[in-house]
Design a protein around this ligand. Sequence first.
Ligand code: NIG
Ligand code: FE
Length: 412
Amino acid sequence: MRVDTLLTNIGQLLPMDNTGPVKGRDMNDLAILENAAIGMKDGKVEWIGTAEEANDLNADRTIDAKGKLVTPGLVEPHTHLVFGGSREHEMALKQQGVPYLEILKNGGGILATVNATKQASYNDLLDKALFHLDRMAMHGITTVEAKSGYGLDKETELKQLKVAKAAGENHPLDLVSTYLGAHAIPPEYKKDPEAFLDSMSELFDQIKEEDLAEFVDIFTETGVFTVDQSRRYLQRAKDKGFAVKLHADEIDPLGGTKLAVEMGAISGDHLAVASDDGISQLAASSTIGVILPGTSFYLGKDTYARAREMIDAGAAVAISTDFNPGSSVTENLQLIMSIAALKLKMSPAEIWHAVTVNAAHAIGRGKEAGSIKVGRKADIVIWDAPNYMYIPYHYGVNHVNTVIKEGAVLYE
Ligand code: NIG
Ligand code: FE
């Protein structure tokens, strides 16, 4: 057999080739191939076998993994990739104990980034998004979800979505786009959030026609949108053919987790303060819980999502950076893997499911990304690590040795 690239002498290979999202205690069962090799051809995985069997392959190029860990490229299922400016001045407010929602209420937070995003040109936003995508790639991510939500007017929301689309087209990473026009209430609609949601939903048709987003998301939170408003808005999105997501139960326990299940959302995200009922309904549903522990960490909270209970109850859980300029400012999903181990008490095996197969299913890419399987895109990371437990263990640094995107070395 002839292949373009042979990756051999893999110490531990995690294929993560489950047929669907991995739920509950199954998340702790990890298939590991030792002394493995992968043949790639035309950007896809052509062959998987042992290093000995690989000697019979005819390869144009051979990469020696030198006994290291090899996994699928990481899938990042929740980011606010496209935004103008930055908010480092809010750190002092946080240190003084000003709550996140209080900063927002006073016109800062998300609304500060909205102003900066309105002022930024299309090209500036695109350059900035590509910069952050580069950084994600360096940290081993090969597929990224990106939300709008820093426009809160039709023109700027469309600008953000078009930037995200161009970023996906101009960068080797795969990008999945989500419309989050319902991210905050802009000052001009303060007294009439329903009218604001009406106006944001008027973009649904154009977004569909121009293929600008696959998912519609909403921030269901105190001072933002209620459960009832969210239900109506998401139903309208579903009627237009969108799959839906929610920022649910992030700060106040409004019941967003239950709403995510009720709406048949592809994912319910955050879930930091989900109720007992919410957790058991999530576990019995096909909605994936996308947990963002970096946000709890970065907002200085003691409360973290009860991922342990969610998994023990049978839920499929993914984890993400929530990369954004306010509540979690990092592109490093490896750091989030450590926080998941330390604060969510997830096992290394659960964490690997959460950043590959389950993350891919949370953004509708379960059949393309998050696994190493014959016939699929060869999105592969070689780690400077002897085994899969090492990545969450050694925290705060980048363990990437080589990132391979569709069979080509993207970063080493
Ligand atoms: O996921 N919660 C709402 N949205 C983001 C934060 C956005 C921001 O602060 O700019 C989140 O935490
Ligand atoms: Fe978010």
